[in-house]
Design a protein around this ligand. Sequence first.
Ligand code: C5P
Length: 404
Amino acid sequence: MDLNGKHIVLGLTGGVACYKAAYLCRLLIKEGAQVQVVMTEAAAQFITPVTMQALSNRPVYVSQWDAREPNNMAHINLSREADAILVAPASADFMAKLLHGRADDLLSLMCLARPQETVPLLLAPAMNREMWAHPATVRNVAQLRQDGATVLGVGEGDQACGETGDGRMLEPEELLEDLIAFFQPKLLAGRRVLISAGPTYEAIDPVRGITNLSSGKMGFALARAAYEAGAQVSLVAGPVSLPTPRGAQRSNVRSALEMDAACQAQAEHADVFIATAAVADWRVAQAATQKIKKQAGSGAPTLDFVENPDILATLAAGARARSGVLYCVGFAAESQDLLAQASAKRLRKGVPLLVGNIGPATFGQDENALLLVDAHGAVEMPRNSKLVLARQLVAHIAARLPAA
Ligand code: C5P
């Protein structure tokens, strides 16, 4: 649970998106957070405090005149306990108010009274597309960021008013991911990370091909972990049906040659390359342009294979890696003797860090165990979820990078 022990003040302001805040509240709690809901009176027009109390299992605060707090200072008491205040939805009006330091309701009072150093403020805007695009809102968002608030993005699509465009509140799952990411240490801030993930598919003819059992989950978890750590992430993905991790720029490829071309192009701008992809070692020399037909009595066709380029070894041997600009990390999926195999592969690929794992124990699974091998020796990372391992691996990589 990524929010275990975190105390979150969930602020709701007036907007139709309040209905999404109910589900967000549940998600936060499922992830281990304690949630204290504070609503403006406008928010209470859209969803009742009763609903939010039932979901958060705590009394909801709406008014700064609420006498339940012994010292009658809810704005101080509630904000001092918080690890973050997340206002979702944050209306245009509420943001305009915050910007001026106004504090005529409990939530804005609390935002102003919070200790800025220890209680970060996150805003999830929600409004009509014209309101979002209005110069006043654009100006307010810029100023709020300058004042230290984290203004999250907005979604694009159908709006309650019937119009279509930017300004919807992000979905609860997206807000949850953004909040979890917010709490991760920014070990890769300012770094550009390229990740190859998934299998490749090598066509035999237009309907058949050869591939492997890589699910892409480890690479996608790394993309998420790198983004959480503040990196700009490019993800070159073979054919997998996983959703794109938030913040990652994804390029879909199919064959090893396509993956090679995409990685070569993007590595030009990368500081780190993590090769998690299970690239097919060979491709069919001449893929048939039409389906190869079964012919009675003529037996099975013979296929000739040629070797695929080794993307990792090529990038690791390139000038950018040699001069220390591009830090390359390889993976090895083995079936036994991990330390010896991974150490040999590290030298063969010419990379500073190689991550070994047991293929049959990782393919398709949500958990894995890793063995990190570098010039100084090996570190075991015991079995855990791929996301937890990815975060640990990101920390190891960050510690090995030259100072930015
Ligand atoms: O040689 P092997 O396939 O076991 O090496 C695995 C490592 O090399 C992985 O990091 C994989 O992504 C990378 N690789 C590559 N291009 C290939 C083969 C492997 O980038 N053609």
